[in-house]
Write a protein that binds this ligand. Structure first.
Ligand code: GDP
Length: 298
């Protein structure tokens, strides 16, 4: 007897393929492959990645009778294989201060992620300083100050509307003078004014390099998992504006199953340094490909 899933549970990919958990064996034919492709596209893997994944699954099983469990485990294996190379924590360099520029659209979770990362680095014995580089949004600066207090980390601010590059320069000067291990710089995320934002980010990088020609050492792009395929566009746009070196995907605790991460990994191969799984300070986890694949395939 089928036990219905509780209404609150996220419908899993494969339960949707068959409508029930324990379906009888089915021949893996073109119809089933097409169904699988559709489900993967619905799960936000994107067409290109969905086709690749199903092609790999079909390669060894086409025409055979398969169970849902077999397909599910093959799918999880394929997804894990794509994700494993990108699961890498933020590298910590010997170079001090390590300058981490944090970019992303407003609302993606930059401020929150900076707070969480600062707290983790502090717990690991690193000294951290934060620069509130989104000088156009007073609320963003205040929010970052709250996170700084929570993490026990100083936050450098500048008057509203002032030049973020000059704040970044001052923050690096201070980080060098005080011998901090890490400087994390928040930035604006006004994509509606792309040319301005691009110039702003370029200028921040230019002035940082006057103090340290190797800075910034990381440019973290923060993406919101609930934006689905839009995350792909955001990577394209921010890669045109900055040297994105890695990703943090936020809001994976919500309704988003994060299928877009597979598309991102497949298309860009950028490291996924961490995932946001809630609004509290400890809600930042390392990215685990096998856990992720298991959760995605249900
Ligand atoms: P910013 O504009 O990019 O700096 O974004 P914020 O850090 O202010 O985050 C925007 C909203 O998303 C806030 O309400 C955060 O609490 C929330 N948020 C950030 N990360 C996560 C996460 O991993 N999970 C959940 N559920 N909410 C998050």
């Amino acid at each position: 007897v089928d036990v219905p899933e509780p209404a609150s549970a996220k419908p899993s990919l494969l339960s949707r393929l068959t409508g029930r958990r324990e379906a009888p064996r089915r021949v893996l034919d073109d119809d089933m492959i097409e169904e699988l492709e559709d489900l993967l596209v619905q799960a936000d893997l994107g067409v290109e990645t969905a086709l690749k994944v199903t092609a790999n699954i079909a390669a060894t099983r086409f025409g055979r009778r398969v169970t849902t469990a077999e397909i599910k485990s093959a799918l999880a294996d394929e997804i894990t294989r794509i994700m494993e190379p990108v699961a890498r924590p933020l590298p910590i360099y010997a170079k001090r201060p390590q300058v981490v520029l944090v970019v992303g659209v407003n609302g993606a979770g930059k401020t929150t992620t900076i707070g969480k990362l600062a707290s983790q680095f502090r717990a690991a014995g690193k000294s951290v300083i934060i620069a509130a580089g989104d000088t156009f949004r007073a609320a963003a600066v205040e929010q970052l100050q709250v996170w700084g207090e929570r993490a026990g980390v100083p936050v450098m601010t500048a008057p509203e509307g002032s030049d973020p590059a000059s704040l970044a320069y001052d923050a690096l000067t201070r980080a060098q003078a005080e011998g901090h291990d890490l400087l994390m710089i928040d930035t604006a995320g006004r994509l509606q004014n792309r040319a301005d934002l691009m110039e702003e980010l370029a200028k921040i990088v230019r002035v940082l390099r006057k103090k340290d020609e190797t800075a910034p050492h990381n440019t973290l792009l923060v993406l919101d998992a609930t934006t689905g395929q839009n995350a792909l566009n955001q990577v394209e746009v921010f890669r045109q504006m900055s040297d994105v070196s890695g990703l943090v995907m936020t809001k994976l605790d919500g309704t988003a199953r994060g299928g877009v991460l597979v598309a991102l990994a497949d298309r860009f191969g950028l490291p996924i340094h961490a995932i946001g799984v809630g609004e509290q300070i400890d809600d930042l986890s390392p990215f685990d490909p096998a856990d992720f694949a298991a959760a995605l395939t249900g």
